[in-house]
Design a protein around this ligand. Structure first.
Ligand SMILES: [Zn+2]
Length: 134
């Protein structure tokens, strides 16, 4: 990997031009972006959502989970960002990529099928609790 160290930079908006080795993090828009660590210059967007990527920062060292697999880009690079370092991950076969996608889809389906209590039911429950009726 050309880029071996990634430093976090907190921003409101992800800038149009990115610098190599910087992970731009917008907590406001729940997304992060960086230039592909192989050096190909592709802008990699990693949404920070329960079904996408999770970000951890300890003392300026960032970690992204899961690994970054750039299957949709010519470089096909695959790496982890762990503790601010870029760790090369083994290339995946087409089958593994497919299985990974199926796993992702299953996770998303599970996440989005969690029943949500509609606002009016929450409101009614709050009123009842306030009135002491349960
Ligand atoms: Zn690349």
């Amino acid at each position: 990997m050309k880029i071996q160290i990634v430093r976090p930079q907190y921003v409101d908006f992800i800038p149009r031009e990115l610098d190599e080795g910087i992970l731009y993090i917008s907590t406001k828009f729940k997304t992060a972006s960086h230039l592909c660590c192989c050096g190909c210059g592709t802008k990699i967007v990693t949404p920070l959502m329960p079904t996408e990527f999770s970000l951890k920062e300890i003392g300026g060292a960032v970690s992204l989970f899961p690994s970054i697999g750039n299957w949709n880009f010519p470089c096909q690079s695959h790496y982890w960002i762990k503790g601010g370092r870029v760790i090369v991950a083994p290339p995946m076969t087409q089958n593994e990529i497919l299985r990974g996608r199926q796993y992702d889809d299953a996770q998303k389906a599970a996440y989005f099928s969690i029943p949500r209590v509609p606002w009016w039911a929450q409101f009614a429950a709050a009123i009842k609790a306030w009135l002491g009726i349960s």
